[in-house]
Design a binder for this molecule. Structure first.
Ligand code: SF4
Ligand code: SF4
Length: 146
C-alpha cells in the first residue's frame, strides 16, 4: 500500500480527498499508510468475506472464527451458512432441505449431510463437538508470524 500510494503521490497531493472503493480493511490500510495529509472517505459498506459463484454473486462462506470445523463438515461451514451457527447438526426446522430462517436458502446441515454421504464419512455426524472456544474470536485479534 505504501508503494502504491508513493507511486501516485503527485495525484494525491493535487486532490481534495481520497475516496476508497475497498473493504474496511483496505480503507484502513490506505489511511494508515498515507504520508500526505488528505481526508480519506469510505466508498463501500463492507458486508462480509465472500466467495464468488459462477453467476457473479458474492456468498458469505467463512466468518474467520479461529476454530475451523470444515474437516468434520465436508468443507461446508456451519458457523457461517447456518444462521444459528449450529455445530452439532441441524435444528430440526429445515423443510425439504431449506432453512427455516430463509426458505430460499439451503439448510447448511442438509448440505453437510449430503456431502458427507458422498464422501463416505457419515460417521463424522456422530461425533459430538464441544462448545466453541469463543476466546479465539475475541476482538481485536492479532497474528504474529515471527
Ligand atoms: S469454521 Fe467456518 S468460520 Fe470458522 S474458520 Fe472454518 S470456514 Fe471460517
Ligand atoms: S434449518 Fe438448517 S441452516 Fe437453518 S437454522 Fe436450522 S440447522 Fe441452521
Amino acid at each position: 500500500m505504501k508503494l502504491e500510494l508513493a507511486k501516485h503521490r503527485k495525484a494525491i497531493e493535487s486532490s481534495d480527498a481520497i475516496l476508497v472503493l475497498a473493504c474496511g480493511l483496505g480503507i484502513q490500510s490506505v489511511k494508515e499508510n498515507m504520508r500526505v495529509q488528505k481526508p480519506v472517505h469510505v466508498g463501500c459498506d463492507t458486508l462480509f468475506m465472500g466467495a464468488i459463484d459462477s453467476g457473479g454473486s458474492f456468498l458469505e462462506r467463512c466468518s474467520a472464527c479461529g476454530d475451523c470445523v470444515l474437516e468434520q463438515t465436508a468443507m461446508i461451514c456451519p458457523i457461517t451458512r447456518c444462521p444459528k451457527g449450529l455445530i452439532n447438526g441441524p435444528c430440526g426446522g429445515q423443510n425439504k432441505g431449506k432453512c427455516e430462517i430463509d426458505k430460499d436458502m439451503d439448510c447448511a446441515w442438509i448440505l453437510i449431510y449430503n456431502e458427507l454421504k458422498v464422501q463416505g464419512k457419515l460417521h463424522l455426524l456422530k461425533e459430538k463437538r464441544p462448545p466453541r472456544d469463543y476466546s479465539k474470536s475475541s476482538k481485536p485479534r492479532q497474528l504474529k508470524l515471527a
